[in-house]
Design a protein around this ligand. Structure first.
Ligand code: SF4
Ligand code: SF4
Length: 666
């Protein structure tokens, strides 16, 4: 007996034609569903997007992150990651197997008389298909267990569609094995032991005679065929659509076509009559597509500092609420009231620290802050509706060019006793962009002094702008005041160009990000270094010799705009490793998962309600038994010092900027 099997065995003489008919109906329904969805995506504003640019990177990213699950199997995501892996790969292998069956039966057999599903290949094929089906069932059971039994906090919005999808997929898999079992029970070839799940399923037919087995098999075969095609149709009308949208979004967003830290400029800003977005149609089609790519996995919510401290913001909910609004709008429901305060609350919008943890940790790279900033722009510029503290911030920046309202006369006070050159008076290789906080905040002035000392000891040619330095504009831009940002930033770019500045060093990650990523939109293309990068370079080149001086347990807090946003993780750690004398402990939430201090997105200039983000971070540092918290951002330093005081840990803990330690260690 030749090893193999008869395709469409027991399906009846019409089986083949009925299958074709269902296949055609399936793909027509699927096409119509996708066509409707496509029209829905297009209610967004058209924006240029060159998919072909970076095409190979996009495909490579999808293969790595989508097919091989790199982003889905991230650290700490073992259970949901493997759950998805089993379902995805189980189905992928089953789909390939089904395609091979169809290819043989409808093409190679008919055209060339060639059948490859026989002999040893057939045995291996049968084994792997059963294994794939088994793993897919395990994956589905894991998903059910998680969604309906253990119910982690981030899975807080079960919908009927979730259950329908899981049960439907399970039914397809189980009936597939029952059909296989029926065929094996009826035909009884010994080699079918390789179809090991079907082999055991055959035992379920033991009470039936041959005719009964064949009848049961035929009924199940048709049932399995219909629900399998039905499941394919259901993709276009259910959460299963993420198979398509999430995959595409990985390619659209996973490979970033603009710097991660830059905020998109307002097109035709000077002639625009309204700024920001308060109607769903105001978002771009790419932003709308993001909404449809969201799988409601909740990873963003788990890593959101605002959500962790009980603010009324969950990035997942924000995306889902906007998605609901989009679906209503696409169905013709008019929202005359607008999104803000009706779909998304103002406090929700202002709770965001712009830390980008949601976006970077989203398995399908969905940005949240890009939507938030559009609504902040609407509030700030179109409605002029901001809190009194924001009004004061804007006034200070308008009249004194710094958030404190202290003015330019005090910008050089930190230099007292130091011989610091002015880049406005003489030519220097590097401009040290001090930033408002290190120029004007008493505690942070120590950073400016320490870093200047390091530069001087290394013999670096540098100077500062002093009174000519103005805020970089980050607090304006990230709170939605694009108009004022634009004025300030344009002036800064002009001045830097006039002075012939090519290389800039700064100790503030927010200034770093703005100078490097935002200013490029205004024609300001400078070589920008963060002081951690620069000090690591000086140490590696032997221009500074760092001795280990820091006793006890040292830890490092990744500033969001240095680490996650601009991917500078290793240089600060290199420097910390050189200065530590005792031990170093990595915090559980570090690198891309670093937890925000609470100061970004303009939040440092606003009152914080609910629990405090810096307290949450400090609890982690206390648990790590850290004595010295090293950071590399003026905002983070303020937040960490406040938290140490609030937690009454001043006797055993201190927070320092990395430059302060280096200055003492050389
Ligand atoms: S950017 Fe940060 S604070 Fe804002 S929603 Fe995302 S994770 Fe939350
Ligand atoms: S935005 Fe991303 S991380 Fe958040 S729920 Fe959606 S898919 Fe998951």
């Amino acid at each position: 007996m030749e090893i193999g099997r008869e395709i469409l065995w027991n399906a009846g003489s019409w089986g083949r034609y009925i299958t074709y008919l269902f296949m055609v109906i399936t793909f027509v329904c699927l096409f119509l569903g996708l066509k409707k969805r496509y029209a829905m995506w297009k209610i967004g504003q058209s924006v240029p997007f060159d998919f072909k640019s970076l095409l190979w990177q996009r495909i490579g990213y999808f293969i790595k992150s989508g097919i091989f699950h790199k982003t889905i199997l991230r650290k700490g995501e073992g259970f949901p990651g493997w759950m998805h892996f089993f379902i995805f790969w189980g189905f992928l292998i089953l789909a390939i197997g089904t395609a091979l069956v169809a290819l043989q039966d409808d093409f190679t057999r008919l055209v060339f008389g060639w059948e490859y599903l026989k002999g040893d290949f057939y045995l291996g094929f049968s084994f792997f298909l059963d294994l794939a089906g088994l793993f897919a069932i395990i994956g589905i059971l894991m998903a059910m267990w998680r969604r309906y039994v253990t119910r982690p906090q981030r899975i807080d919005d079960n919908k009927p569609d979730d259950l329908i999808c899981l049960v439907w997929i399970l039914a397809v898999l189980v009936t597939g094995f029952l059909v296989e079992g029926g065929r094996i029970a009826a035909t009884k070839p010994d080699y079918e032991v390789w179809s090991f799940v079907g082999w055991y399923a055959a035992a379920l037919y033991s009470g039936l005679d041959q005719a009964g087995i064949e009848m049961a098999h035929r009924v199940l075969w048709y049932f399995h065929m219909i629900i399998s095609f039905g499941l394919i149709v259901y993709i276009a009308y259910s959460r299963l659509l993420h198979i398509i949208t999430s995959s595409l979004n990985m390619m659209f967003r996973g490979v970033e076509d603009s710097p991660r830290g830059a905020i998109a400029a307002i097109p035709d800003f000077e002639n625009a009559e309204e700024f920001g977005v308060n109607a769903i149609e105001g978002f771009s089609w790419r932003q709308i597509f993001d909404l449809d790519a969201c799988t409601r996995c909740g990873r963003c919510q788990d890593r959101c500092p605002a959500h962790a401290t009980e603010k009324p913001l969950s990035p997942k909910k924000l995306i889902q609420d906007l998605k609901g609004e989009w679906e209503r709008a696409a169905a013709g429901v008019k929202n005359e009231e607008g999104i803000i305060d009706n779909v998304i609350g103002e406090e929700t919008l202002w709770s965001c620290t712009a830390c980008l943890s949601c976006q970077v940790n989203c398995p399908v790279s969905i940005p949240t802050f890009d939507k938030n900033i559009e609504m902040r722009r609407y509030l700030t510029m179109t409605l002029s509706k901001v809190s009194s503290e924001m009004k004061l911030l804007y006034k200070n920046l308008q009249t004194r060019f710094d958030p404190y309202g202290m003015g330019k006369s005090q910008r050089l006070e930190w230099t007292e006793g130091l011989d610091i050159k002015k880049a406005t008076d003489e030519e220097v290789e590097y401009l040290y962009w001090v930033g408002c906080v290190a120029s004007l905040d008493d505690r942070n002035r120590k950073i400016a002094r320490a870093f200047s000392t390091v530069l001087q000891k290394a013999g670096v040619s540098f100077g500062v702008l002093g009174p000519e330095e103005k805020c970089c504009g980050d607090p304006l831009r990230r709170t939605g005041n694009e108009y004022q940002y634009y004025e300030l930033a344009e002036g800064n770019v002009e001045l830097l160009k006039e002075l012939g500045i090519k290389k800039i060093i700064t100790a503030c990650p927010h200034c770093y990000n703005t100078l490097k990523n935002d200013y490029a939109q205004l024609g300001g293309n400078f070589e920008v270094y963060h002081h951690t990068e620069f000090m690591a370079k000086l140490a590696r080149e032997g221009k500074i010799k760092i001795s280990p001086t820091v006793e006890g347990v040292t830890t490092y807090h990744d500033p969001c705009y240095l680490g996650r946003v601009n991917r500078i993780f290793d240089d600060p750690r290199d420097v910390v490793n050189r200065v530590k004398k005792g031990s170093f402990v990595e915090l559980p939430r570090s690198f891309d998962e670093g937890f925000c201090c609470g100061g970004g997105g303009g939040r440092i200039w606003m009152e914080e309600h609910h629990l405090r983000i810096n307290h949450n971070r400090m609890d982690e540092m206390i648990a790590a038994k850290a004595n010295t918290v090293v950071t590399a951002c003026p905002y983070c330093l303020i937040m960490m010092e406040d938290a140490i005081k609030d937690k009454e840990k001043s006797e055993t803990m201190k927070a320092l900027d990395i430059s302060e330690i280096v200055a003492k260690s050389i």
